[in-house]
Design a protein around this ligand. Structure first.
Ligand code: 4AD
Ligand code: MG
Length: 447
């Protein structure tokens, strides 16, 4: 038997006889010819079975194969620019077919299915080409995140998932029973990151985070992955510089490494190609003024067909506001200095204007909304204790966190990037449920 190779590597085997192992994605027959579309996890390849090139038995096997049957085929690799497939451009001139697991009638056919049905069959849906492509892009994004941070002086120090206290508000906590004591699934690793920078300077944690979000939106999951870099001796302005380089690298890496996947997704790449530093920066005040001017003119929110809703100073942006703001720029845009009252307790208020804080969100173009949230952290112990009290949080579980301000406090900043929202943006998906293999959403945790 010739060597088994991946479909992705067929380009290196032109003219050679190789074997491919995979599943039958689709099949058409025309007299003495069978066209088997086989997928192997790395791509999809057209395998052409000509009756004269295989034994009668093998030809019959080809005829009997059902969608999603597993099989091995062997044949000669031909460059064929018109051959369908992913990445495409090659086909296999088949000499041998071996059926492995013949599939029962497969519930997902090329016809349209409702999302509910597909979500119930998520364990099968992930085999479909668009789902496959999005999850492969996700893997590249995760790799790009680690590569950039690892090569820019960040140390990966992971933080606990079981935590005794809230960090991002008390309304989205998942409570668990920790041997009789209440504990919570981590909403963020940030507080622990802040301890870690005093040992390592620049750190990141990267793992699943949990928010009991009560609303169903296309941007919220109950369980999502977040990478959180945190940097000692770093101001808000320096943080934005780190973020724009980091996010640009991730996007450019996808454009480089995910050509076939982005083609499967039919992603329009024009916005992504423009993602390079510097990103525009606007103050929250300016964003509010832009929104209210648009609302007064009756401007529509791009992609919504609804007018831009006005906003009162002090309010948080809804998704139409974020979409409108982002559409005014040709790159992701930073909105900084949000009102202190709507942000987390740990953010540093602006010195001469404490009603706003040294926070920054990065809004992605094309309606993908906030993909990072970050800030300069409070560095004075007294101010931090007052903020904890103002937020009606118990002081005891935060004592260690206040300690960080007692033993060599420094100005420091960090941010969190949501992996699923980044995948949705890069892939052009309109819902985060397709950006993770098994999404956890309000009232949905199966399979
Ligand atoms: O803005 P957030 O809540 O910030 C934090 O958690 C900070 N502690 C991060 C830090 O400074 N270290 O969340 C950060 C990002 C958001 O911008 C968004 O991309 C994503 O995490 N995110 C969610 N993604 C999916 N589903 C949810 N429910 C999300 N909540 C936040
Ligand atoms: Mg946020």
């Amino acid at each position: 038997m010739p060597p088994v190779v991946t479909i992705r590597s067929l380009k290196d085997h032109i003219g050679e006889e190789v074997a491919v192992q995979g599943w039958l994605y689709n099949k058409t027959e025309k007299g003495k010819l069978q066209f088997l579309q086989i997928r192997d996890g790395t791509g999809v390849c057209q395998c052409v079975v000509f009756k004269g090139n295989v034994t009668p038995d093998d030809f019959e096997i080809g005829q009997s194969l059902t969608q999603e049957s597993s099989l091995m085929v062997a044949g000669i690799v031909r460059a064929e620019p018109r051959a369908p497939g992913v990445p495409g451009g090659f086909e296999l001139d088949v000499r041998y077919i071996e059926a492995m697991g013949i599939s029962d009638p497969y519930p997902i056919s090329p016809k349209e299915h409702g999302v509910e049905f597909l979500m119930e069959n998520r364990h099968l849906w992930i085999r479909s080409s668009r789902q496959w492509a999005a999850l492969r892009v996700r893997a590249v994004i995760v790799r790009a995140i680690r590569d950039w941070l690892d090569s820019h002086g960040f140390v990966n120090i992971d933080t606990p998932i079981i935590t005794p206290a809230a960090a991002e508000g008390t309304t989205t906590l998942f409570e668990i029973d920790y041997h009789g004591e209440p504990a919570y699934l981590a909403q963020t690793g940030q507080l622990y990151n802040e301890a870690n920078i005093f040992a390592f300077g620049q750190v990141y944690c990267f793992g699943p985070t949990f928010r009991a979000e009560k609303s169903k939106t296309r941007r919220h999951l109950q369980e999502f992955w977040m990478v959180e870099p945190e940097v000692a001796f770093c101001t808000l302005e320096q943080l934005m510089e780190i973020e724009e380089h980091f996010v640009s690298y991730i996007v450019q890496r996808c454009l480089n490494d995910c050509g076939p996947e982005l083609r499967v997704l039919e992603r329009d790449l024009t916005h992504l190609q423009r993602v390079a530093p510097p990103f525009p920066r606007i103050h929250y005040d300016e964003a509010v003024a832009m929104i209210n001017a648009a609302a007064a003119r009756g401007d529509l929110v791009p992609g919504y067909d609804d007018p831009v809703p006005p906003i009162e100073w002090g309010g948080d942006f809804g998704s139409p506001h974020e979409t409108y703001i982002a559409a005014q720029f040709d790159k992701p845009v930073f909105v900084h200095h949000y009102p202190t009252a709507i942000k987390a307790f740990y953010m540093e208020p602006e010195g001469d204007r404490p009603e706003v804080c040294r926070s920054v969100d990065l809004l992605a173009p094309e309606g993908y909304g906030e993909i990072t949230g970050g800030s300069e952290r409070m560095s004075d112990p007294g101010k931090l204790i007052a903020a904890i009290e103002r937020h009606k949080l118990p002081i005891e579980p935060y004592e260690w966190y206040v300690d960080l301000r007692r033993y060599g406090s420094v100005v420091h900043s960090g941010f969190g990037l949501g992996v699923e929202r980044t995948v949705a943006w890069v892939c052009g998906l309109d819902h985060v449920r397709e950006t993770i293999a098994f999404p956890r959403m309000l009232n949905t945790m199966r399979p």
